[in-house]
Design a protein around this ligand. Sequence first.
Ligand code: ZN
Ligand code: ZN
Length: 153
Amino acid sequence: MKKCKQCWIVMSLKSNSQLFCSRVCRSDYNKEKLRNYRNERQREKTGKYEPWKIQCLICHNRYHKVCTHIYYTHKLTSREYKEMFGKDVGKWILSEKVFEKHSRKNKENKDIVWKNLEKGKKHRYKKWQKGVGVYSRSEETLERLKNLCKYKN
Ligand SMILES: [Zn+2]
Ligand SMILES: [Zn+2]
């Protein structure tokens, strides 16, 4: 039993890849998605308060990805920012929402991620976190990283 992603009508299946009952539904769905995306972008730009966002300590606005914000707005790398405010260099400054998305994505290859973590590889680090993986990982740091991935509010 497969339902249209837009109107939830049950479809008679022609192919497994079919997500919508009609072209109208597909275009409506895409339009909505685009609108949501734009709204989110706008909210991110204005730094509007949302409880799950993280506050930038420089301008006191709130963002999902403080790292990205400080890089483009204040021209600081995440490491410089963290050093400026004495934050733990190994800590991720991602909001809960973004972090959950990441951990969900990593769920399937979690074992591999842990293995790499224990070997001290830089596997998990993205470009904008460059430099974060440089410090040597103590037992304590490893423990914290593990807890972070289990993190739920
Ligand atoms: Zn439909
Ligand atoms: Zn800021």
